[in-house]
Design a protein around this ligand. Sequence first.
Ligand code: HDE
Length: 730
Amino acid sequence: MAKKKITNNGDAVQLENEKTRKLEAFVADGPGEKLTTNHGVKINDDQNSLKAGDRGASLLEDFILREKITHFDHERIPERVVHARGSGAHGVFKVYEDLSDLTRAAFLCDPGIETPVFVRFSTVAGSRGSTDLARDVRGFAVKFYTQEGNFDLVGNNMPVFFIQDAIKFPDLVHAVKPEPDNEIPQAASAHDTFWDFISQLPESSHMIMWLMSDRALPRSYRMMEGFGVHTFRLINAKGESNFVKFHWKPLLGVHSVAWDEAQNISGKDPDFHRRDLWDAIEAGAFPEWELGVQIVPEEDEFKFDFDLLDPTKIIPEELVPVQRIGKMTLNRNPDNFFAETEQVAFHIGHVVPGIDFTNDPLLQGRLFSYTDTQLIRLGGPNFHEIPINRPVVPVNNNQRDGYMRQTINRGKTSYGPNGIASNMPQQTTAADGGFVSYNERIDARKVRARSRSFFDHFSQARLFLNSQSEAEKNHLIDAFSFELGKVKMIPIRQRMLGLLAKVDKALAAAVAYALGLHVQDIPMEELNNSVPADANIDDYTPIQKEGSIAISAPLSMANTVKDTISTRKIAILAADGVSGKALNNVKDALVAKGAIVHIIAPKLGEIISEEDQKIQVDESFLTAASVLYDAVYLPGGINSSATLEADANAVHFLNEAFKHCKAIAADESAMQVLEATYFYKKLPADYTEETVLKEGILVTDTVSKIMTLFERMIAAHRFWDREVPRKIPA
Ligand code: HDE
């Protein structure tokens, strides 16, 4: 029978997947009965060190004190040089249909196979303790524990990257990390060294559009897309190859928060994303993504007006649709953050038969980096033996020894071929599942160079920009204006404007206005880092090939899933004398649809409704903040309304929710609270379905209307269109 684990909220969860079962062998349940040293000696006094007299010096012979302090002194390992701040979760993946036409990877060929996974989401630039809500790329790394060994899909929440060649990665990371003289700023790209570097790197233009967009401010890890970024290969049993781009599509849609909100969340709850993921899994609202693939046959390699090997390019979904091939469900939180989330070691080079690499020069460099970094971070070459990193299949080879070796290899042989152990362990033929690299033809000179097919740095940056909604474009302008506004050296701002103008003149002009500068053209020769000495300017503005597109709908979050309120957080503001009937009806209706509803009142404890009912308060205005919620409901009740109207924190809560374009619903009898807000005068005159769904504000005396319309408003996520015309101070 499958084992059960009791979660924090008391629910039993089946521990039935294979990786989870394997991890069980290493789990220490509970604190244990008797306190011992690391060597099993029972300790008689753990509160006092051994001293020469009760007022005397501590004695060096106190091995109990020494061992305890020594272990403590060494508790920290180096944080990841990038992606230091992360959150992990266990889950499972299942393919929908047999894909053996495309790949021989067994876990993609049998819908009956449930493959255990461990996922780690992360920010890139910040340290381990930094805020979740930095404007940053998010890591999206998935370890599949397949029956043919581990496959790691180490991706990001953006489909392209800053650089085209791995050799520039240390420069990129040095530029974005806090500046070396004063270690400022933490987890932020808004500083001189980052933009100094970027403004001289035209190949980063596309990625910079993504980074300055709201994609860099996810509402939740559960509401992010994921991308493998590079083009990989799928290889079938006949040895045939197709190019593939991997995608993760979240079933809850792709949603973001506002920049002002992100900055506030960083103060109110720096663990916002970590907590959100943890809480959702504990509550049984398991996050789900579909794995998507874009398949390009070998013969179409040169069909596009970009190079498939260039990691600064997407394949627009209109040109090659994303086929959804399977689903990943995250269903269990780690037992121990350090042992699992911190010690997990991903590597782009962990592939299984049926999946292979291409010559993308960024991918190629990553193949070296990931093992190399673990050697120091996890203390030697045996990090694959750490429980979270072990595959679920046996590991047999002639590798031996090294720091922290766990396996006790019996026998005399650790070499092959050998006669003593009958030549074990043996190689496996390709037909039996041995890994064989794709038989790619290579015929080239050894050069330090970049292909000219990599030199169109601006068309896809423009494609991204043109595909954004008006509100998203405004956010991009604001983001550039903020980031460059934090840059101290004016020549850097100026140079960046010149680069932006090569993407879009109007965008550059709008940012220039905010910076009080004029756009000046930069000759391409000055952007010399990415340009070969003999390059022709025409290389940068290629004539579009047939099939090129100007707009790609999936690039805008305006087109995402907007039909669910599952796990959205709704605040109900209330005080003594609230209408218990309205409050409970709306609360129950929202909870029934999977939303999380909190009652927020001037103080913790209970409030008494106008029906004399006791209502439990979840948060006070001191512990809660509007930025931690997706929508607000204001029930009626004369005394409650009078209290809230006079409570500056309640009014601020509403103002801020309005400013961040959230859905707000109120009973007509709570109107006096709305009257105290800045946005009262900007409320729509009528509350027809059309206005309500456009503006995201509903005031009515009919609870049933609240229940139907409010749900649709929350599902719409945000009402960005009201942001500029209805701006309020909050
Ligand atoms: Fe990474 N990257 N990276 N990276 N990367 C690391 O490995 C590196 C790149 C990504 O949750 C490091 O174990 C180089 C692209 C994720 O544990 C390190 C280059 C993409 C994670 C490293 C890249 C990524 C990492 C740091 C350029 C998206 C976190 C700690 C050639 C497709 C994994 C570690 C986790 C982590 C090197 C570029 C994604 C140093 C040299 C492109 C999600 O090895």
